[in-house]
Design a protein around this ligand. Sequence first.
Ligand SMILES: Cc1ncc(C[n+]2csc(CCOP(=O)(O)OP(=O)(O)O)c2C)c(N)n1
Length: 383
Amino acid sequence: MKRTEIADGYDNEFYNQPEAPKALQILEALEQAGVTHMVALADNWTVRLHELIASGKSSIKLVHTCREGENVPIAAGLLTAGKKPVLMMQNSGFHESLDSVRFGIEFGLPLVTLIGYRGWGNGSPNIRGRFTEPTLRAWDIPYEILDDAKKISAIGRALELAERRQGPTALLFPGIGGRPATKDENSSAILAKQARMDYLESLRCLASHRTDQLVITHETADRVWPLISKQEELDVVGLGLMSKAGSLGLGIAMAHPDRKVWVLDGDGSLAMNLGCLATEADVRPRNLVHFVIQNFEYEITAKQAFPMADGIDFAAIARACGIPRAFTFDDIGELKRGLPEVLSGDDLTFVSLKVKPAGKQAGPHRQLMPEGLKYLRTLLAGT
Ligand SMILES: Cc1ncc(C[n+]2csc(CCOP(=O)(O)OP(=O)(O)O)c2C)c(N)n1
């Protein structure tokens, strides 16, 4: 099957439009209202505000999280102790974290969530946008859409309304504009010090040992692996599945024990779903190799750091979860020498590859998840 590049328009880029509300404007409105903390998980839509607060120049303290479900309870703790937090996340994360939103409603917490409105606008093929407003209405959460910098007063209204109703309100941002952080300002730049391999070269090394493994890629690997893969028909691009590539791989490996499955996960994604390692160990499929491509940042969004991005020893976590074989490589020579032995083991295996960000090595996205999965279902049904 020939993969084609994904057509433009899958995601809007409203944050680049002049009418998009600016990060500085929003920050000033939040500071004036006495907000003390921003509990956030970064994404492209809201990144400029995230970066501005992360730079430490604001009185608002940034608490960045690994998983959006953490945000409401952290904010609840801050609120209980007399602080005034707000939340920020992408609509994907808001959908994912709904049970903690239920908690906020049940306990009458006046919390405002700034939501990156991915898939906003009529006709966007990105399905996320279709669910966001109906979900907010179903949960009886009042919201306004800030699709124009002139609507900035909505921030004050949302904060007041949350207090009055002692419950959640939301602000939807199709994008937040402003100057993007320079590399030096970006907190992830300081992570670049560790010994690391070249991204493309390390994946090339994996590709040279591939026979007929089914490969599920994720995040930046979605855009690098297709450049070197010689068996595109056995590749699935995990686009739109943030943090769950390991879980998808586990399901396939269980259903097809005779087929080797490789997952090429992102480190921010794995940090969001660490529990998948215990689940894998519990099932212990002998045919699954879970790689994490550890580039120490959310590269595919805007190179942000995530909590402890430079300090997580994923192989140690995998081992502690009960995965019998766990390895780390940060040197290409060692990877070349060690990989045959790693891949020859007949048991569940985890491998962390410490790499430099792919940067310009990354190509375009070549496939959407539904297309890849549909093809794979046909392929696997016949085996
Ligand atoms: C539930 C959810 N939260 C947030 C996002 C936004 N988002 C998409 S990719 C990504 C970062 C992925 O980082 P990582 O797994 O480290 O991959 P890399 O690009 O660095 O390889 C984020 C935060 C999302 N798509 N879904």
